[in-house]
Design a protein around this ligand. Sequence first.
Ligand SMILES: Nc1ncnc2c1ncn2[C@@H]1O[C@H](COP(=O)(O)OP(=O)(O)OP(=O)(O)O)[C@@H](O)[C@H]1O
Ligand SMILES: [Mg+2]
Length: 684
Amino acid sequence: MGTRGNSVFQPEGEMAERVRQFDWRRTPLGDRKNWSDALKQSVAIVLASGAPTALRWGPELVRIYNDAYGAILGNRHPAALGKPRSEEWPEIIEEIGPLCAAILSGERSPFFAENRQWHVRRRDDRVEEARFTVSCSPVPDRTAPNGIGGVLVTLIETTGQHHVQTALRESELHFRLLVDAVVDYAIYMLDPHGIISSWNSGAQRIKGYREAEILGQHFSRFYTPEDRAAGVPERALAQAAGGAPYRAEGWRVRKDGSNFWASVTLSAIRDETGKLVGFAKVTRDITERRQSQESLRRAQERLAQSQKLEMLGQLTGAIAHDFNNMLMVVGANTQLVKRRMVDPPSLRAVEAIEHAASRGETLTRRLLTFSRRQTLNPIVIDIRERLAASRAVLSSSAREDIELVFDLPQQTWPVLVDVPELELALVNIVINARDAMPEGGTIRIGGGNVHVSPDDPLDDLTGDFVALSVTDTGSGIDPELLPRVFEPFFTTKGPDKGTGLGLSQVYGFARQSNGTVRVTSNPGEGTTVTIYLPRAAGSVVGASRPPPEVEGRSGTERILLVEDNPEVQEVTAAFLEELGYRVSLADNADAALVLLAAEQDIRLVFSDIVMPGAMNGVALARRVRSAYPHIAVLLTTGYAPQQELIDDTLAVLRKPYRLSTLSSTLRATLDRARAANDRRLASD
Ligand SMILES: Nc1ncnc2c1ncn2[C@@H]1O[C@H](COP(=O)(O)OP(=O)(O)OP(=O)(O)O)[C@@H](O)[C@H]1O
Ligand SMILES: [Mg+2]
């Protein structure tokens, strides 16, 4: 736009030129010189306007338009100039024509519409959909019949803008659908203060809130009260606002108050100017993953623990076996020497040796038990009945300021156990409980039948068990130390106070009895040790006391002693002779069979179980039984590598043994054999 001269305004541009050049005499408007002032003025305004503007003048609605309007007309321009309503753009004129006519006649007020959709042909005759914002206003002219000379039309094309908006709306919708389709993730937005401003179906599924009840709330309500008190949500916002997304795992709270383990990402959202407009929060419920990881870790720990105990067991078992033979020699020889001793000082010295040897025996016995190489003589018992019999022993293991409560149910399944070992295990546990309660307290012995299903095995065990638990109200065990309590020599008691073998015995005994043991503890509150013993079939053997052991000579029969260790053989032979028996010697099973064939008067075979050569003591015993049914067999061992091979009809004497025990056992075995022989002879 510009001015020529300094008084008369002349619009510039292509259309201004065309209007001037146009031969208006061929149109209903007639010669330009005769146009009314209103028309001239209006044409000047149209041509000077920056907006796409046109004028429709007179009853025929002849069109005059500006450059911007021409651009919208496409290939209809410039032919559209000076055309009456009937001659151009039929697509639009259908609507605009009657409208303009009505405005011109004063029948209707100005018209305005946004984004109106029309189908137009303006390129290659192709019909295209276009959108316009349009306004039509009357132009006053005093010379016109009803004071309105024409209509001023402003036409702004909004097709492009409309497409952009539609695309934007669609993409927003798609995004919304996408976000909502993700049900495994809670995806939602927060405003810069942490107020929730959007919600997806995943969020509803994971957290339990519906969109309507959670929008407008602060996101800190998903945190635990402890985390809220510690300011965790605020720190998360601050960190995310600082730049890098905030990532964390932690407990979150659902609407119903339950907790889940969440993996969360919080990222700041900024507009083009960098201003913080809010946060995007993505939360995933990984409780199950965490649980399976946890249980895997625990299973691995337990496995490592049991492998360690297994290894320690093999080690201690091997050491204990050798010790047993040595202690057998020391113990037996002292007993023999003592019987011939009269001088009191020497007697005291020998007694000191004997005492030390017997302590060594106890230690070795516990080690053997831990390594599950103890020679067990299991019998089927009723736990409750046996406990009643052990009451005095257990009470004396505790102290006066400790109350011992027996709390077992009336009926428990029978179990197959070695009774002295069970009693020793309980004593060990009770002593531990006592030591954990220096100020006094209560020890409760309880338990009952439990069924262990394959879904939730106890170590590697399933089936029916009788649980025997000992609960104290003592100091408890530090969780760090808990996994170590079964290890041999693990003790927290001072030097000379504990050997760290008590629970090792309990563990070995329980495992060797085909059961297991568990310890649970709350520091400061107490400890429970539970022994699980498998349910046994068979009838219960009553709690009768063993016959009193007889001292002195016990018989004169010939005994075949089978023992590979020369020192043990020598001292055992001395024992047997001391008791009055006659003795034949063999180093192994084959030699024993040769002697049995040669010597007619052998009445009993007393054999070690573990021996070099193809045949061990158990195999020898079976051979003797079938070939010489009248000969009694007594086995002995300090070490039972193949406990399962020994059937319960074979008598086994545990090494090391005392002279008195040997005496009574031999006598009983010989007498039983004699009685069986008499029965056999009578029935023949
Ligand atoms: N009831 C209990 N309360 C607290 N701690 C216990 C309890 N039972 C066992 N412990 C802990 O386990 C450790 C090992 O126990 P364990 O019976 O094997 O050995 P010890 O008692 O130390 O020695 P020992 O029994 O050979 O005399 C103990 O030193 C103690 O720290
Ligand atoms: Mg102990």
